[in-house]
Ligand binder design. Structure first.
Ligand code: AMP
Ligand code: ZN
Length: 117
């Protein structure tokens, strides 16, 4: 847990979230400011600031997050590929548009137009 990290606080239950999925290592919850009809975030429970800090020791965790994303996207209402689908985004650093410095994967989908993206 990193001090003053909003996503660490969500993982700890100190800040409420609308949960999509949880296991020992991963939490997924709805984005409070959705860009799309379906928009949730997937985070590792352990604090990693961004993709800039990942190494070989995170390969299994990141692999699990990415392979889980399509399953959760369907569960949350994205239509199946190819008519439906989803967008996966990970902003990294200031120039990458990252605002919350706890690694997270945005999963967005649903009928267009979207609010953004
Ligand atoms: P990023 O710009 O990639 O760092 O995205 C951070 C995302 O976190 C934004 O889409 C925010 O809407 C979202 N967010 C911030 N605070 C919360 C919160 N308390 N619960 C859910 N999503 C949040
Ligand atoms: Zn954190």
């Amino acid at each position: 847990m990193s001090d003053n990290c909003i996503f660490c606080k969500i993982v700890a239950g100190a800040i409420p979230s609308r949960k999509v999925y949880e296991d020992e290592d991963i939490l997924a919850f709805h984005d409070v400011n959705p860009w799309a009809p379906v928009h949730f975030l997937m985070v590792p429970k352990r604090h990693i600031p961004s993709m800039a800090q990942v190494g070989p020791e995170h390969a299994a965790l990141l692999g699990r997050m990415l392979t889980l994303a399509p399953q959760l996207a369907l569960q949350e209402g994205c239509r199946p590929y190819p008519e439906g689908g989803f967008r996966i985004v990970t902003n990294t650093g200031a120039e990458g548009g990252q605002e919350v410095h706890h690694l997270h994967v945005h999963v967005m989908g649903g009928p267009r137009p979207w609010a953004r993206g």
